[in-house]
Design a protein around this ligand. Structure first.
Ligand SMILES: O=C(O)CCC(=O)C(=O)O
Ligand SMILES: [Fe+2]
Length: 301
């Protein structure tokens, strides 16, 4: 039997960014969001912005290739196809400071400014990046889940910016339950390998596993994606995929952002990423020495 440790991301190299890398980050350019996109994000918990990062696709693919070629040289690699299963479902995170193409994206793209606008925040603090690859032949569904309970942070102003790096037909793309980000309910994180719940002994959390059959079709948002198409979604929005086989490699590069009200919290069990010794107590902002603030809105009030 696999232990819960073997199912998740493995501890390899140190995930902590060096101060010098943070100091070298430039002020990224600014993004002008369409008010209707922000409104959709706030109402539905997800919005698609077609083609917005097309210019970054080649560089991010090159970065992801480094990550996948030598997974153990980078932090927290994970393979989530069960023994004997077909294909490969790879993910890894917290490598933005080690992979030059990821660092360049944070320094030179308008992602930080975009995050700030969609979160309706005065600042955008980088939590981490997260990359995914499902190889052709993979039949492993991404289990329905939402991201917040995986994390050692809590609050409402947050966003993931998920950039598709390949053409992805709607059948195998991530689908979202519109409006689920407004529910106060939290569900146990799940292992991507087999959909099992994490061991988090929190009486306020429930299991989402029995709920997915009850989602109404009209509330599901699913999008065919071209390389560079980008989904912005809330850490609380429920999402997952079908088990339809992947016909053609599907890769994605995601960055996770914290707004003004996001603070450190202690979960009652394992978290993902499993970040330790952050030097903060519950209720405090995440330390900027590890999670840099990359955008600050000019103060207008
Ligand atoms: O790409 C996938 O299948 C999973 C993505 C996901 O869960 C996320 O970005 O939070
Ligand atoms: Fe997720």
């Amino acid at each position: 039997m696999q232990t819960s440790k073997e199912k998740g991301n493995h501890v390899t190299v140190d995930w902590r960014p060096q101060a010098q890398v943070i100091q070298r980050l430039c002020t990224p350019p600014s993004y002008s969001a369409q008010p209707e996109d922000i409104a959709t994000f706030q109402k539905e918990g997800v919005v698609l912005i077609p083609g917005v990062f097309t210019d970054w696709v080649d560089r991010l693919r090159a970065g992801l290739q480094r990550n996948m070629d030598q997974p153990d040289d980078y932090a927290f690699p994970c393979d989530s196809v069960a023994p004997g299963g077909k294909g490969r479902f790879f993910d890894s995170y917290c490598n933005w400071h080690r992979i030059p193409e990821y660092t360049a994206f944070l320094s030179d793209s308008f992602a930080a400014s975009m995050a700030c606008g969609f979160m309706a925040s005065h600042s955008a603090q980088l939590f981490h990046e997260h990359v995914f690859c499902k190889d052709s032949g993979t039949r492993t569904a991404t289990p329905w889940h939402h991201d917040l309970p995986y994390y050692c942070v809590d609050g409402w102003q947050n966003v993931s910016i998920y950039i598709s790096l390949d053409f992805t037909p709607v059948e195998t793309a991530v689908r979202f339950l519109a409006g689920s980000h407004r529910s106060e309910k939290l569900y146990f994180p799940r292992h991507f390998l087999d959909g099992s719940d994490y061991v988090q002994d929190d009486p306020k959390m429930a299991s989402v596993t029995t709920l997915e059959d009850t989602f109404r079709e009209e509330d599901i948002r699913a999008f065919e994606l071209q390389p560079g198409d980008t989904l912005l979604f809330d850490f609380r929005t429920l999402h997952g995929t079908t088990a339809a086989p992947i016909q053609q490699q599907r890769r994605a590069f995601s960055t996770r952002w914290l707004g003004d009200d996001m603070v450190y919290c202690e979960r009652t069990g394992e978290t993902s990423p499993p970040l330790k010794d952050l030097g903060v107590t519950p209720g405090m902002r995440m330390p900027e020495s590890l999670f840099p603030i990359l955008w600050q809105q000019a103060c207008t009030d």
